[in-house]
Design a protein around this ligand. Structure first.
Ligand code: ZN
Length: 298
């Protein structure tokens, strides 16, 4: 059975003229998984499928260039004149804390009906949060505050406390629709997940945003397609932390033995062809630059 990638958005940070930020649609046998939904992605999605045909969403992290069109999709589904099954959204732990303040209480309730919100837990940050939820003094305090009706304050104190419908899963793989998704924590200033996605007999790895880290290489090992950020070219000397040089993306692809490298998330001030050339110096396999509208058979 064929697996197809539709590229919906590729720009790092903000969208170039006529382009969009991160978004990738993986399709197999009528199942559609949307990976990231940055600004401009909802429009481009509709070049391939109806927005109500998305079966599941995986969000790498809560920087605007990776998730803000979730609000547009929410509006589209909420006011669509037919019932649409809740769409599962897999996101890093604490992701809903970025959604909650933007919505009125009514819209928040509707949001959690339109989307089945699932947060993936792993790492030390979770232990902290679980200890908060484990029944110590802080939780008692939170319960008291809730009783007095100070819900906003409770939200602030104990993230996720007031949203009982948020599901926590992991560590380990998560199955959404036909897709077996293994998240892994990446190296980025904000909690960020990369994904190893298995569907039929194909493996697609996605870096999200990340600097060099072991888990990125592990995630990509032997993948049929590795969608990897390459935010910077050697046009800058010091890239700071949290992102890759295109050459580093090539090196990781080479170490991981992937079949094909799709470089993406190039910062709009840099030349994507230069990025591809730099990646090619480090990786003998196929290198392509992701562009909106591409269809790639995997
Ligand atoms: Zn980004």
């Amino acid at each position: 059975m064929s697996v197809e990638l539709n590229v919906l958005g590729t720009c790092g940070g903000y969208a170039r003229q006529g382009r969009a930020c991160s978004g990738y649609l993986i399709r197999c046998a009528g199942s559609n998984l949307l990976v990231d939904i940055g600004n401009g992605v909802l429009s481009n999605l509709q070049n391939f499928v109806n927005f109500f045909d998305v079966n599941a969403i995986a969000l790498s992290h809560m920087h605007p260039d990776h998730y803000v069109d979730i609000f547009s999709l929410f509006t589209a589904i909420r006011f669509f004149p037919a019932v649409i099954e809740p769409v599962p959204v897999l996101a890093p732990l604490g992701a809903f804390d970025f959604i909650r303040p933007v919505l009125s209480p009514g819209a928040r309730e509707a949001f959690l009906k339109v989307f089945r919100w699932i947060e993936w837990k792993e790492s030390a940050a979770i232990e902290n949060r679980e200890s908060v939820l484990a029944g110590d003094e802080k939780q008692d305090q939170a319960v008291d505050l809730k009783i007095t009706g100070m819900d906003m304050f409770v939200d602030k104190m104990v993230p996720g406390y007031a949203d009982k419908s948020i599901q926590h899963v992991g560590p380990g793989p998560v199955i959404l629709s036909s897709f077996d998704i293994l998240p892994a924590r990446m190296n980025h200033p904000l909690d960020t997940l990369g994904f190893r996605i298995e569907v039929e007999d194909k493996v697609i790895a996605y870096s999200g945003d990340s600097d060099v880290c072991d888990s990125l290489e592990t995630l990509a090992r032997g993948a049929d397609l590795f969608i990897c950020e390459a935010t910077f070219t050697r046009q800058v000397k010091d890239k700071g932390g949290g992102h890759l040089f295109a050459a580093e993306a090539g090196k990781i692809a080479s170490n991981a033995g992937v079949k094909k490298l799709l470089i993406t998330h190039v910062w709009p001030l840099f030349d994507e062809e230069v990025a591809a050339a730099e990646a090619k110096k480090e990786f003998d396999g196929i290198v392509e630059v992701a562009r909106e509208g591409m269809r790639i058979e995997i």
